[in-house]
Design a protein around this ligand. Sequence first.
Ligand code: ATP
Ligand code: LTN
Length: 333
Amino acid sequence: MEDKKIIFSAVQPSGNITLGNYLGAIKNWVDLQADYHCCYSIVDEHSLTIRQDPVLLRKRTLDLLKIYIACGIDPVENILFIQSHVPAHAQLAWILNCYTYMGELSRMTQFKDKSQKHADNINAGLFTYPVLMAADILLYGADLVPVGKDQMQHIEITRDIALRFNSIYGDVFKIPEGFMPKAGAKIMSLTEPLKKMSKSDENPKAYISILDDFNIIAKKIKSAITDSEGVIEYRENDETKAGINNLLTIMSAVTGRRIEDIASDYQGKGYGDFKADVAEAVVEHIRPIRQKYDELSQDKAYLVDIYTRGAERANHIADKTLKKVYKKVGFIV
Ligand code: ATP
Ligand code: LTN
């Protein structure tokens, strides 16, 4: 792993992957894989911070692996693995917990949002979630972490923890950078376009799942909340345009065209036409992914092989970093 730089990123198997997850993260991973050594994980340990049904968690973990591959991530060139198969993540997280302050964790907006949403289960894992994420990233010496906008605060705290550790023990961790896509870093909910699209939204109309039936995807887009002005124009800071801004962003991300060019095609046209075209563009973009996904669903042995090999390779790298950290802090190794 000397020549190319290293990427680490991950998604939680906590629900059906949304168009937001895909455009904000996974699509970018696909685009970056040629130029980097990439480690892409399915972070099942992170998803336990919210109560999960065990049967469903197992299913979603495999579904997510299929989605990674179906989206175009090469499972041979890159390391695809399941977080709980690599014990070093939890082991390093413990150590890093001792170098992270309660004050900085309590400023995390994801913690504040999730503890409001799940007021009956504000567990310690939810609070220290960013520390496990820091361990994920630092174990692999990642240079770059491609994520959606909502995760940038967690990349910042990862950098802070790594710098703090390095300032005590020398040059142990590489300091990673976050990386966001140009279009799609924050896809908004279809029903409340001032909120981000989230796979754990209790209203399924708010999000598009990559695994939704194509008719349902079209229906959801056609009934997306917009405004009554009837003008298809992107206005960044105009909250009343949040719905239209979002649909323009989605269209731009799936077609690769500039937002202004798309908007100018629709001058004088109505929202109905525009939404129908967005729906078609999204469905056409997802169609080959779904086809590949369905093929992969027929071959469980192949998936087991991929995650087994992924775990071997990930363990090899992660154990080396962990050993270095153990030595530095004074453990007998
Ligand atoms: P949950 O609802 O369970 O919190 P989530 O849908 O927010 O989940 P995560 O697993 O937390 O998804 O995120 C996976 C990746 O997708 C991260 O890189 C995150 O930044 C990105 N992402 C999540 N939601 C969006 C969104 N609406 N727009 C763009 N990127 C997103
Ligand atoms: N917290 C991330 C998932 C995640 C992650 C990571 C992303 C866990 N560990 C390491 C990038 C790098 C989220 O999407 N909610």
